[in-house]
Structures are given as C-alpha cells and as structure tokens.
Design a binder for this molecule. Structure first.
Ligand SMILES: O=P(O)(O)OC[C@H]1O[C@H](O[C@H]2O[C@H](CO)[C@@H](O)[C@H](O)[C@H]2O)[C@H](O)[C@@H](O)[C@@H]1O
Length: 248
C-alpha cells in the first residue's frame, strides 16, 4: 500500500515524534534546536487540523517546547511519562519516593561511567536518564551492561533507543499517551495517524492501528506495526508540506 499523498484533514488527528522524524539526528541531544521551516509547518498543520496535532517524544516537555518553538500545546514527553493536554493542563506521571531514590542512585553510577568513558553523555530528564554512546560506540557494551544491572536491581525500566539506553520510571508509554489524547477533545472521534522512527514509537504505531488509524515509519524498512514508511526527515517535512498543510 502506498502512503496517501494527502491526509484528510477533516477526519485526522496527527501525532508526531521529534528526533529522527521532524529533526535530523545530530551527534549530541543539545545540537537539536528550533528551525524555521519545522516551526512554520507545525503551526500550519495545527491550524489545518483545528488543534488535532500532538507531539509524542522521548524528550522532556521543556525541550519539546524549545525545539518546536512553542507551536504545539498537546504534547507527551519522556516517552509518555509527561503529558500536557490540549487545554494546557499537565498530566504527568507522579514519581514515587522509591523511583525518585532509584533515579538519584542511578545518576551517581552513570555519572561515574561518563567520566570514565569520554563521549558517553548523560541526559537527565526528571523521570528518565538517557545514557548516550553515539560519540563513543565502543562503550555500547558497557553502557548496556551497567544500565541492565541497575534496572535488575531497582524499580527503573530499560528503554533502549538510537545509540542511547534510558533508565526510566515505570508508567505510560507513547501508546498510552496517544490513547489518552484520543479520549479527550479535540482528538476524540477522529482517526489517529502517528509518524515516528524509533523502537519506543512502536507502542504508538500499535495504538493508532487499534484505534482505526495507522502509523508511518521513518527510516529503513523493518519489522514494524506501522503501515507505511517514509525514508527520512526530509521526506516527512515534504509530506507534511504537501499532504497536510496545503490548505493553510
Ligand atoms: O521520541 P523522540 O522525539 O524521537 O526522542 C528520542 C530521543 O531523542 C534524542 O536522542 C536521539 O537524538 C539525538 C539528537 O539527534 C542523538 O544525539 C541521540 O543519539 C538519539 O538517541 C533525545 O536526546 C532523547 O532524550 C530522546 O529520548
């Protein structure tokens, strides 16, 4: 099946991932910032879809707002652990004392690892800690062993990603976040379409399909719950331009 060239804006609720979907992958997380074309496209898509646009990202909501130039009100951050609904109300997962303590302890161990392994970067996101090894691929084995060990001995959950392993609080994933939005105005009753690239995006591909919509995988073909595929970020931006915002 070919990806529809144009989405029917009258029936669609659109959900978008950021890194690897709306933003090119960069060496470090902080290398990604606002870009005029993306900001403009998101603003136009939000208007065409009369507010039925949400971001589902592994980044924190603060980072999402920065990268998207504050164009989207409905956002889920940290893979679903943070959420702001279309009214602007925060609906974050509440951290238990045990999880908070485990995150603090994990940060000590992972900080020491980063000092020992140049190029290993620690990203703290409140409910999750990312251990990035893109700049030091040889450290992957050690990063995986240490994070798996922490997860085995704590309430934290492993979340592997693109050259990163995260230790996150247990709780909602991107699929749960998509379902939560779909139970609220202005998304309720519309057809969810989710565009994403990473392993964590599979939860949302499945949720979109279960709710009568579909997913679009960005990148190389792989075993995925998405029904369609776009090759890269450029193709996503072009598709948004031609297929979503053409009325704006
Ligand atoms: O769900 P997403 O919006 O796709 O976010 C997933 C993770 O993206 C970021 O890390 C990835 O992108 C970085 C910048 O291109 C890259 O340096 C890193 O190697 C990638 O893993 C972000 O830093 C994470 O917090 C997100 O979970």
């Amino acid at each position: 099946m070919r990806l529809p060239e144009r989405l029917d804006a009258r029936t669609t609720a659109l959900f978008l991932d950021i890194d690897g979907t709306l933003a090119h992958i960069r060496p470090r997380p902080e290398d990604v910032g606002p870009e005029p074309r993306r900001t403009d496209l998101l603003g136009r898509a939000r208007r065409v879809l009369t507010g039925r646009l949400a971001i589902l990202s592994g980044r924190s909501i603060a980072e999402i707002d920065y990268i998207t130039g504050n164009t989207v009100r409905a956002v889920a951050g940290v893979h679903g652990l943070e959420r702001r609904d279309a009214e602007g109300e925060r609906r974050d997962q509440i951290l238990t004392e045990a999880v908070r303590h485990a995150l603090e302890q994990a940060l000590l161990v992972l900080g020491a690892l980063a000092e020992q392994k140049p190029g290993v970067l620690i990203e703290t996101k409140g409910q999750s800690i990312g251990v990035h090894y893109r700049l030091n691929p040889q450290a992957e084995g050690m990063v995986r062993t240490i994070t798996a060990n922490i997860a085995q001995n704590s309430p934290l959950v492993l979340q592997p990603g693109d050259r990163v392993v995260e230790l996150r609080a247990p709780g909602p994933d991107k699929g749960d976040a998509l379902r939560a939005f779909m139970n609220e105005p202005p998304f309720e009753g519309f057809r969810p379409v989710f565009v994403g690239d990473d392993l964590t995006d599979e939860h949302a591909f499945r949720a979109a399909a279960q709710l009568g919509g579909f997913g679009i995988l960005v990148g190389e073909a792989r075993d995925s719950a998405a029904s369609f595929r776009l090759p890269n970020v450029q193709a996503v931006l072009d598709w948004l331009e031609a297929g979503v915002t053409h009325h704006a």
